[in-house]
Design a protein around this ligand. Structure first.
Ligand code: NAD
Length: 176
């Protein structure tokens, strides 16, 4: 039987820590579902990239890292306004899975209560590989490129990500 796991994150943007975790999980299970969470969000300071852009960044980065893409399924997952039904919402969208990887306490709690085996993946340089910090460096015009895979830098260039973030940072109501 195929052992398939899921990991859900916003990946705003996917960074080297995320890619290390994906590689680690793929050593432990046969297949991995990567759920791109808050898929309805984009063009805000906290969630600047669309689900499609994040999917592109993740698939390119995994290909660059030599991962077997036949074993990875990347799906968008919109938020729902009710935590109690979030897990069944994911089950309705995802290829079947039996194991959940997460470092997020709410995500872990919801899947545990639904009866799933939940594993906590190791953190890789959390203070460095951290989405909030990377977005901040991009806005400030500081060096961020070494914190994400090269393939992610390429997609960022293609979508003019730094320009977008700088514009978003000028929009007052988004800062609240
Ligand atoms: P994230 O992108 O911050 O993190 C994703 C995963 O990567 C986490 O498990 C985290 O532990 C891991 N990670 C982060 N930095 C790492 C590093 N340096 N090294 C190794 N691993 C690292 O995403 P998140 O905030 O956990 O995303 C949860 C998603 O689930 C969000 O989209 C949230 O909205 C959604 N959610 C929705 C509901 C609902 O709709 N009701 C409920 C719960 C969660």
């Amino acid at each position: 039987m195929v052992v398939r796991a899921i990991i859900v994150g916003r990946f705003q943007p996917p960074h080297k820590g995320h890619i290390e975790v994906f590689k680690q999980i793929l050593k432990e299970v046969d297949e991995l579902v990567i759920g791109v969470g808050s898929a309805q969000e984009s063009h805000t300071l906290e969630n600047p990239f669309t689900a499609g852009e994040r999917i592109l960044m993740i698939s390119r980065a995994l290909a660059e890292a030599g991962a077997d893409l036949g074993k990875v399924h990347i799906i968008p997952i919109q938020d729902v306004n009710n935590n109690a039904v979030w897990v069944s919402h994911i089950i309705s969208l995802s290829p079947p899975f039996s194991i959940v990887y997460s470092g997020n306490p709410l995500v872990k709690r919801l899947f545990k209560e639904a009866g799933f085996e939940v594993r906590t993946p190791p953190m890789f340089k959390r203070k460095v590989y951290w989405g909030t910090k990377i977005r901040e460096l991009m806005i400030k015009g500081k060096h961020w490129e070494s914190l994400v895979p090269k393939a992610v830098v390429e997609v960022m260039k293609e979508i003019k990500a730094v320009e977008r973030l700088k514009d978003l940072s000028k929009t007052d109501y988004l800062l609240k």
